[in-house]
Design a protein around this ligand. Structure first.
Ligand code: NDP
Length: 479
């Protein structure tokens, strides 16, 4: 059975304790590889390597760092099929999705930040004829990047690329549930001769490996994407050492549909925004709010289309919905479906596991639509993070806004209307870091990415990320 290794100081290393974790293929429910169960000593080695590499890496010209990032981007692109198949097997997502979205996006992340760093400039503030201030932006040092399992390489590279571009050295951990593409990334780094210690990838469990990456005194900043509860633990661990934090956390995003929308476009996009990647995208619209005037029609059309989605083998190009990432997560989703029923919800379609032929031990749940639940119930307040949506109605814009904003989360929102004034007004008043109007998940890597309320602190993306990974210093020179 394949065993992957940590990548520390440019070398592949087994964990000190020789402890290993099983890695499952969720579409067949079987262990297919093992990964290091890294502990404090492994993290210490990785941080020491990153610390050693920092002076040389941060002193390189931006052009040279940019070239390394471009080489990583090209290295992934060359092995796109291998990366996509690995992502699909680890995560359960359809291979076509990994081939079309996840891996190309990781390629773009490295390319984008390779280019962005060459355009990164700082401010100056003139004080009339008295003095000039300028802002010098310096890298932070060793930074930890911790990412989740839903978009494994996509989110991993979204952190690592800007951290490296700005001259930091990195210790990174993918989710232990989906480690394979992070391992392939370390192979690419080796192939392109990235200087040792610049990027170190350590595998293991969050409360072990991730914990030591958060508390190590030589780690100056933590960029984390994951659940809100984990984010809170990391923030508490980071506080005593005043580490800089970027936290991208959970969501319970509303998808608000007015009766003046482009109906067909809305319908096909809503199927995607509800169930893409088995509903395991932090930006999925899990609470659908439909104006009363089109509610009956929407329910009929939406349910009919969702009931036809093909659930099964991730490697089948006709599959719409693949496997759920892990057994604990699968059980969590099923427990929420039960909760929805206990809370009085009506299941219009789905609501149960399926066992496709040849994948009888796999973790599959049919896309599920639930109605008849108030926004105040737990099903509508807590993040389920699976192929489950609720549908509710509203009469007026005021009511829609109140329902849209009624959770503790504020990551993203989608709005469907052809009324321009309403689109501006509503977007302004939504509690969300990202609002899509008449579209969903249309991403421009230059835009700020992140949430408000319990969905996070700070922003990733574009210059926001370059700013996060640098410390501004004011220099004032008297004329
Ligand atoms: P978790 O919070 O469980 O884990 C995220 C990462 O943190 C994993 O690598 C995990 O390791 C690690 N981790 C867990 N505990 C600790 C700890 N005590 N200290 C340091 N690291 C730790 O999230 P999931 O992996 O379950 O991902 C799903 C969540 O991510 C959802 O809530 C989703 O909304 C959110 N998310 C947010 C996004 C955003 O941009 N706002 C984007 C995508 C997802 P391990 O896996 O080994 O436990």
């Amino acid at each position: 059975m394949k065993r992957i290794l940590n990548y520390i100081n440019g070398e592949f290393k087994a964990p000190h304790g020789n402890l290993w974790l099983d890695n499952y293929d969720p579409s067949v429910g079987e262990v297919y590889s093992q990964i290091p169960d890294s502990r404090e000593a492994d993290v210490s080695d990785a941080v020491a390597a990153a610390k050693n590499a920092f002076d040389a890496w941060s002193s390189l010209s931006t052009e040279k760092r940019s070239k390394y990032l471009l080489a990583i981007s090209e290295g992934i692109q060359k092995r796109l099929t291998e990366f996509a198949e690995a992502e699909s097997r680890d995560n359960g997502k359809p291979t076509w999705l990994a081939t079309k979205v996840d891996i190309p996006r990781a390629v773009s992340n490295f390319k984008f930040f390779a280019q962005a760093i060459t355009q990164f400039s700082s401010e100056s503030h003139a004080m009339g004829s008295m003095a000039i201030n300028y802002t010098l932006r310096k890298p932070l040092g060793v930074v930890s990047c911790i990412s989740p399992w839903n978009l494994p390489l996509y989110l991993f590279s979204w952190k690592i690329a800007p951290a490296l571009a700005t001259g930091n050295t990195v210790v990174a951990k993918p989710s232990e549930v989906t480690p394979m593409t992070a391992y392939l990334l370390s192979e690419v780094c080796k192939e392109i001769n990235l200087p040792p210690g610049v990027l170190n990838i350590v595998h293991g469990l969050g409360p072990n490996t991730g914990h030591f990456m958060s508390i190590h005194s030589d780690v100056k900043a933590i960029s984390f994407t994951g659940g809100t509860k984990t984010g809170s633990v990391i923030a508490q661990n980071a506080a005593p050492k005043f580490k800089k934090l970027s936290l991208e956390l959970g969501g319970k995003n509303p998808n608000i549909i007015f009766d003046d929308c482009d109906y067909e476009d809305m319908l096909s996009t809503t199927i995607r925004s509800s169930f893409a990647n088995q509903g395991q995208i932090c930006l999925c619209g899990s609470r659908i709010l439909v104006q009363e005037t089109i509610y009956e029609k929407f329910i009929k059309d939406f349910t009919a289309k969702v009931a036809k989605l093909k659930v099964g083998d991730p490697f089948d190009s006709k599959t719409n919905v693949g496997a759920i990432v892990s057994k604990p997560h699968y059980e969590k989703i099923l427990s929420y479906i039960k909760l929805a029923k206990d809370e009085g919800g009506t299941i219009l379609t789905g609501g149960k596991s399926v066992f496709p032929k040849g994948h009888e031990k796999g973790l599959f749940i049919r896309p599920t639509i639930i109605t008849d639940l108030p926004q105040t119930c737990r099903t509508n307040q807590e993040e389920i993070f699976g192929p489950v949506v609720t549908v509710d109605t509203f009469k007026t814009e005021e009511e829609a806004l109140e329902k849209a904003n009624c959770t503790e989360y504020g990551l993203s929102a989608t709005l469907w209307t052809s009324n321009l004034k309403r689109a501006h007004r509503f977007s302004r008043d939504l509690h969300a870091g990202i609002v899509w109007v008449n579209t969903w998940l249309l991403r421009d890597l230059r835009t700020p990415f992140g949430g408000v309320k319990n969905s996070g602190v700070g922003r990733e993306g574009g210059f926001e990320a370059l700013q996060f990974f640098t410390e501004p210093k004011n220099i004032c020179i008297k004329y």
